[in-house]
Design a protein around this ligand. Structure first.
Ligand code: MG
Length: 338
C-alpha cells in the first residue's frame, strides 16, 4: 500500500472563537491510500490542545511505513502498528484509518453505513455551532443559521449570560451549550448550569477542566441537565472512568484515532449506559462524511465543521434542514469538488 498526502488551507466564513482562542484559517492534511487501482481518502485535522500540528502529522505519516502491509483489509494489523508507532498523534492515525475504511468500502462496493448494517434514515439531526463572539454578533449568526433546528452555543467566558440572552432574542430553537472547560470553579458551574436549565438548554458539554473529573461529578450531583464529556473523552480507555461524572460522551474521530476505535467507544459507552454524540473539528467533507456514517448509531450529531469553511475541496455528506443525508456511493462516498 502507498500513502500520499496534501496539506489544505481552509478559509473560514467567520473567525471561529472558543474558550481557548480564535482563528480565520485552518490547515488539514488529506491522505490518499492507493492500492490495486482504488484510492481511499482520509484526513487529519490536528488539535493543538493535544499537541498535534500539521507538521507533527506530516512527520508521523512520513515515518510510518505502510508499504510493509500488503492488505488494506488487515485493519487490526495496520492500525495496531500505527497506534504503536508513536504515542498521541490521534489525528495522524485517523488519516490512515479513514483511508483504509474508504478503500475497503470501495472494494466491496458498499457505502460504509451499509457495510456496517446501519439505516441512514435514523441519522440524527445535526446541530450547528455558534462560536464565542460579542452578543450582537451571536444574535446575527443565530439568525443566519435559520436552516438548523438545533444550535450548539460556545460558552466558557465572562459573557455567558449575555450570549444566551442574545440567542434567545433571535430564536426559541433547541440549544446545546459547550463550555470547552471554561468554567473553573465548580460552584460557578452549578450556578450557570441551573440558569441554563431555565433557558431551554438540552445539555452542556465539558463544563469543567478535564483534569478535574471529581469536580465534574460534584457538579453533576447538583444539576439535572445532562453533562457530556468532550475533552475528557479522547479514547476508548477513557470511557469507563467517566461514569458518575458525565451522562454521555462526545466522540471525535480526530481525538480517538478513527472509525475503528470510535465503534469500540460507542459499544463501551452503551455498556456504561451513557449517551453518545459525535462531534468534529473544522474538517473537509472527507472527515465529516466519515463521522456521518456512524450517526445512525448515535443520540446526537454535531457535524458542521465542513459548513464553516468557504473552500471545502470535497463533496460528501449533505445537510438538508439539519438532516444528514449520507452518500450512497461506496466507501466514504466523497469526491473532489469540481
Ligand atoms: Mg466540545
Amino acid at each position: 500500500m502507498n500513502l500520499r498526502w496534501t496539506v489544505h488551507e481552509l478559509r473560514l466564513h467567520h473567525p471561529f472563537t472558543i474558550a481557548r482562542g480564535s482563528s480565520m484559517t485552518r490547515r488539514v492534511v488529506v491522505t490518499e491510500l492507493e492500492h490495486d487501482g482504488i484510492v481511499g481518502r482520509g484526513e487529519a485535522a490536528p488539535i493543538a490542545r493535544y499537541g498535534e500540528t500539521v507538521e507533527s502529522v506530516l512527520h508521523f505519516l512520513s515515518t510510518f511505513d505502510l508499504s510493509r502491509f500488503p492488505d488494506p483489509f488487515a485493519l487490526d494489523a495496520v492500525l495496531g502498528a500505527a497506534d504503536a508507532h508513536h504515542a498521541g498523534n490521534a489525528a495522524a492515525k485517523t488519516a490512515i484509518d479513514l483511508a483504509l475504511h474508504d478503500w475497503i468500502g470501495q472494494r466491496v462496493g458498499l457505502p460504509l453505513w451499509k457495510y456496517w448494517g446501519l439505516d441512514p434514515a435514523s441519522a440524527p439531526v445535526t446541530s450547528f455551532t455558534i462560536g464565542i463572539d460579542a452578543p450582537e454578533i451571536v444574535e446575527q449568526k443565530v439568525r443566519e443559521a435559520e436552516g438548523f433546528s438545533i444550535l450548539k452555543i460556545k460558552l466558557g467566558g465572562e459573557d455567558d449570560r449575555a450570549i444566551i440572552r442574545a440567542v434567545r432574542r433571535a430564536t426559541d430553537r433547541l440549544i446545546r451549550v459547550d463550555a470547552n472547560e471554561g468554567w473553573k470553579k465548580k460552584e460557578d458551574a452549578v450556578e450557570k448550569i441551573r440558569w441554563l436549565e431555565q433557558e431551554g438548554v438540552e445539555f452542556v458539554e465539558q463544563p469543567m477542566p478535564a483534569e478535574d473529573i471529581a469536580a465534574t461529578a460534584w457538579v453533576r450531583d447538583r444539576v439535572t441537565m445532562p453533562l457530556i464529556a468532550d475533552e475528557n473523552s479522547l479514547r476508548l480507555h477513557d470511557v469507563p472512568g467517566l461514569m458518575g461524572a458525565f451522562d454521555g460522551i462526545n466522540i471525535k474521530l480526530m481525538k480517538c484515532t478513527g472509525l475503528r476505535e470510535a465503534h469500540r467507544m460507542i459499544a463501551t459507552a452503551r455498556a456504561c449506559r451513557m449517551k453518545v454524540m459525535i462531534g468534529c473539528m473544522i474538517e473537509t467533507s472527507v472527515g465529516i462524511t466519515a463521522a456521518a456514517h456512524l450517526t445512525p448509531l448515535l443520540d446526537y450529531a454535531d457535524l458542521d465543521g465542513n459548513l464553516l469553511i468557504e473552500n471545502d475541496p470535497f463533496v460528501g455528506v449533505r445537510v438538508e434542514n439539519g438532516r444528514l443525508i449520507l452518500p450512497d456511493h461506496p466507501g466514504l462516498g466523497v469526491h473532489p469538488r469540481d
